[in-house]
Write a protein that binds this ligand. Structure first.
Ligand code: SF4
Length: 209
């Protein structure tokens, strides 16, 4: 990453971290993907049961591979034939790994979901939630974060899964009510009542969508 971009990202990340702390959540700056991986494994702790909600960013920093090969009880939902059982197991995990569709400069996270397994596990259930968030997800305010979630993250995901929605064809949100819509539930995480539950690693890189 270019030195000036890194400086700007670090300054912005410090602002986000301050915002997170004011909301009873913890934030961490990671200058590289490797640093992010190390921080995530430290927060998870060996021996923990861990699951995740389709977080591309976690794959990109090597976290999923590390969890599968290391001393962790990784609950791999793809390995479950019974998807409902996998979702229920997630609620009882020690740690849930996620990314965010967007995060504001003052620490509010926006996530949208079709099945709602991801947003519901972020909201409650797992004892700890660790977010891996690239600096490309930081938006000035909640309005722009929502716009990012609907006009950047969602269309890329509907294209990725080959869903029949307007945004798959146009690349922008049409506020659809298609049977395939992934915009069923919107979660705005603005405060954590539970001390030490939510941790956000801000990575000096473009991760996920
Ligand atoms: S509401 Fe429909 S068109 Fe808009 S982002 Fe969601 S799936 Fe796409």
């Amino acid at each position: 990453m270019n030195e000036n971009v890194t400086k700007r990202n670090e300054l912005l990340a410090q602002k986000v971290i301050k915002g997170l702390e004011s909301r009873n959540m913890s934030g961490y700056w990671a200058a590289t993907r490797e640093e992010a991986l190390g921080r995530a494994l430290e927060l998870i702790g060996e021996g923990s049961s861990v699951t995740m909600g389709g977080a591309m960013s976690a794959h990109e920093i090597g976290l999923v591979e590390a969890l599968k090969t290391g001393n962790y009880d990784f609950i791999d939902r793809d390995a479950y034939e019974d998807k409902r059982a996998a979702m229920l197991a997630a609620y009882d995990a020690d740690v849930f790994i996620s990314s965010a569709n967007a995060i504001t400069e003052d620490g509010i996270m926006v996530n949208i979901d079709g099945n709602a397994n991801r947003v519901s596990a972020i909201a409650q259930g797992p004892r700890k939630v660790v977010f891996i968030v690239g600096m490309n997800k930081v938006c000035p305010d909640q309005d722009s974060a929502m716009k990012r979630a609907r006009n950047v993250a969602a269309p890329i995901n509907t294209q990725r899964f080959g869903l029949n929605t307007p945004c798959t064809k146009t690349g922008a949100c049409a506020d659809c009510k298609s049977a395939d819509t992934i915009c069923c539930q919107f979660l705005i995480t603005r405060y954590s009542r539970h001390e030490g539950r939510i941790h956000v690693i801000l990575v000096n890189d473009n991760l996920g969508f």
